[in-house]
Design a binder for this molecule. Structure first.
Ligand code: SAM
Length: 295
């Protein structure tokens, strides 16, 4: 919930993120990019590369060809993890991996043969929202809750000038629904959302409004915008992710209202007990945003 993200947390959420993403928006994107045999992609706030691992093989299914990915993130520790994680992921799928320049080249076969040319670039996106040359697709995941309205306005203008399509997945939308419900749920959700709107690396964060404000700004900039819900639906089988998530929520809520720390600790204990006994389910709302430039 702070400004630094642990690789372990990103790893825990990767399979659930992948399952939750809105497939209809992805299909519209693949349709738009189908004819390109070479595709340049910028991944904003890429972390350890989870967004690439989801999208690249699906883009390859739709069109084969060559994809040049630039993974942009401010955190050198996360970027240092990218090659190892890409290698493990690629080999598990029978793709070949070789070092190339300062990055990696992955080759494989989906519906057609494909090549992924992958480079990382340490960049503070708060200073420049799109620090890359010409790209066809700008993408990102779990990013928009961190950004400010001013940043989104600057980003929308840069994206329009670039002519690229844009898919930003999995922006937390402020909705958390537990089953069973217990005392304190509503308060924790409210405090988490207040914490989300605090000062982050991009200035005053939009928190749960990030996805909706991005959609509005991109539409104002002339894009055709589609949004779709992409909720996480977590059950007792997602215990490690849920434990991490609930601990993070409790920490954020206590930071937002230190005088409620005792009550929040009691809430967390009850939630952890429920999880231990195989009962906790939680749905966490996310919004996916697709913006297509004029044809
Ligand atoms: C929730 S993580 C998402 C990572 C990855 N997209 C994923 O889905 O696993 C948010 C990412 O944004 C990056 N980030 C935060 N502020 C940034 C900034 N000002 N410039 C560039 N990256 C930033 C963090 O380092 C982190 O990797």
């Amino acid at each position: 919930m702070g400004d630094a993200f642990e690789a372990g947390w990103l790893e825990l959420r990767e399979p659930v993120d992948s399952e939750s993403r809105a497939r209809p928006l992805e299909r519209l994107l693949y349709e738009r990019l189908r004819d390109r045999t070479r595709l340049a992609v910028a991944d904003l706030g890429a972390g350890t590369g989870s967004n690439l691992r989801h999208l690249a093989p699906r883009l390859a299914d739709a069109r084969g060809g060559v994809q040049h990915w630039t993974l942009l993130d401010a955190d050198p520790v996360l970027l240092a993890d990218v090659p190892g994680r890409i290698r493990t992921w690629a080999r598990a799928r029978g793709y070949a991996v070789v070092p190339k320049d300062a990055g990696l080249e992955v080759t494989g076969r989906a519906e057609a043969p494909f090549t992924l040319d992958i480079a990382s670039q340490q960049s503070d996106l708060s200073a420049d929202p799109l620090p890359v040359g010409r790209v066809d697709l700008v993408t990102g995941s779990a990013l928009l809750d961190l950004v400010s309205r001013e940043w989104l306005q600057a980003f929308a203008a840069r994206l329009r000038d670039s002519g690229a399509a844009c898919l930003i997945a999995l922006s937390y939308d402020g909705q958390i629904a537990w089953q069973p419900q217990i005392a304190g749920d509503d308060e924790v959700m409210r405090l988490v959302n207040r914490h989300q709107r605090g000062e982050k690396t991009f200035g005053q964060a939009l928190g749960p409004d990030g996805g909706a404000v991005a959609a509005a700004e991109l539409e104002s900039a002339g894009f055709t915008v589609e949004t779709a819900q992409a909720p996480w639906r977590l059950g007792p089988g997602d215990q490690a992710l849920q434990q991490h998530l609930h601990a993070g929520w409790a920490a954020a809520a206590s930071e937002a209202a230190p005088h409620r720390a005792e009550a929040i600790r009691a809430w967390l204990e009850r939630r952890m007990d429920l999880l231990e006994s195989g009962q906790g389910q939680v749905t966490v709302g996310h919004l996916d945003v697709l913006a297509l430039p004029p044809d």
